[in-house]
Design a protein around this ligand. Structure first.
Ligand SMILES: Nc1nc2c(ncn2[C@@H]2O[C@H](COP(=O)(O)OP(=O)(O)OP(=O)(O)O)[C@@H](O)[C@H]2O)c(=O)[nH]1
Ligand SMILES: [Mg+2]
Length: 374
């Protein structure tokens, strides 16, 4: 099965016009993926290419338009490059580039690798020595291996586990996975599959059951499990059955911690419960079209919120493309679990919300708080 983009490391190449960004994409992919020419402004939109990158694994390479095009159209293109930062896990930045761009990458805490391009014809500018640029030539191949190694090192330092902190390698874990009418036929939903796979990779012994079989599953085990991970809808039914010394969490909490900031989401949920009856809430989905979440974002969550806070609250639900730049009209943002988006995407939304002083939580944590199960 093809790795979905949400699980691929997103590596974007940024730099001025004509600096050789598209040529580097072609050199790394070993194919004529991107159009190359000596006309400035050849790349007009961010272009994504899925590849298996040596030492990294499944990745998406993103070619971007030049940052220094000051024409009217060029500025719009450069704005697209800036927008690409929102989904960038690792930025490859060609020097020289505006100091303001370097500052932005650093402020967004995006791991960056600096490149001195066209090393076969351009000497390295000593002005940038502090950034330890890698001298690369797409024409001769110089520096490509060093660049691949630097990308691999950065991607490994970014790697995280979903089940870190809830169990150790080799532990016994029970997964409570209700397969009700909303579950897809003959399949398991993505969060369940991902947690199961990670636990198997960690050599855990994993037992899966539906809510009704939890008691008998626990009885059949010689020792209590180190952890029980449940669908949040079954939280209330599961909690009384949890043996002493066993940790309990939900799939949505694991994902909230993995794709975002659990402490911030919990604080946001606390603020949610104290909102006035006239509050304005933004519900944000990470994809333009999310049939499986539509029900939560547009029906279930608004219903729970109105029940708790009153009919007078105002709720706007938006897809990723409509996420507003100005968040100040809102008292709270509730973000979806971002199963189709990367951690970086959620972190950039969090930093937007924080800089405008708007509290934020996510679907799983908000629902748990509204149902009093946390
Ligand atoms: N000598 C040399 N020329 C290069 C190298 N990389 C790119 N070029 C040339 O530089 C020109 C611009 O290359 P592109 O890859 O299109 O540059 P770009 O940064 O994508 O440009 P825009 O899309 O316009 O922003 C082309 O004529 C390339 O052949 C290199 O490593 N060495
Ligand atoms: Mg280009």
């Amino acid at each position: 099965m093809k790795t979905p983009n949400s699980e691929r490391v997103h590596i974007a190449i940024f730099g001025n016009c004509n600096s050789g960004k598209s040529s580097l994409i072609n050199a790394l992919t070993g194919a004529q993926t991107a159009i190359v020419s000596d006309v400035a402004g050849t790349t007009t939109d961010p272009v994504k290419k899925s590849i298996e990158l040596q030492g990294v694994g499944a990745a998406v390479l993103i070619d971007t338009p030049g940052l220094d095009d000051n024409t009217e159209l060029g500025s719009l293109r450069a704005a697209q490059s800036h927008k690409a930062l929102l989904t960038t896990d690792i930025a490859v930045v060609f020097l020289p580039v505006a100091q303001s761009f370097i500052a932005k990458v650093q402020a967004m805490e995006i791991p960056a690798i600096f490149v001195a391009p066209k090393a076969d014809i351009q000497p390295l500018d000593s002005h940038y020595a502090d950034l330890s640029p890698i001298a690369v030539s797409s024409t001769t191949g110089e520096g490509l291996d060093a660049l691949r190694a630097a990308i691999a090192a950065k991607s490994h330092s970014e790697e995280r586990l979903l089940t870190e902190g809830i169990c150790n390698a080799g532990d016994c874990v029970v997964l409570v996975m209700p397969q009700d009418s909303s579950a897809p036929k003959r399949r398991l939903i993505k969060p369940q599959v991902e947690v199961l796979r990670e636990l198997l990779d960690r050599r855990c012994r994993v037992f899966c059951c539906q809510t009704e079989e939890l008691a008998s599953t626990l009885q059949s085990l010689v020792c209590p499990p180190q952890a029980i991970i449940t669908d949040s809808s079954a939280f209330a039914a599961v909690r009384p059955l949890v043996p002493e010394g066993t940790k309990l969490t939900s799939f949505s909490i694991l994902f909230a911690a993995y794709k975002g900031d659990i402490a911030l989401f919990r604080e946001g949920a606390k603020r949610m419960l104290a909102l006035p009856a006239t509050a304005r809430i933004l519900i944000a989905e990470a994809c333009a079209h999310t049939p499986q979440n539509e029900d939560i974002g547009r029906v279930k969550l608004p219903r729970l919120l109105r029940k708790r806070l009153g009919e007078g609250i105002e709720i706007d639900t938006v897809g990723s493309g409509d996420f507003p730049n100005d968040l100040t009209p809102y008292d709270l943002i509730i973000h979806c679990g971002a199963c189709m988006a990367t951690r970086r995407y959620v972190l950039s939304r969090i930093s937007m919300a924080q800089s405008q002083g708007v509290p934020m939580t996510n679907y799983g944590v908000a629902i748990a708080a509204l149902l009093n199960i946390e």
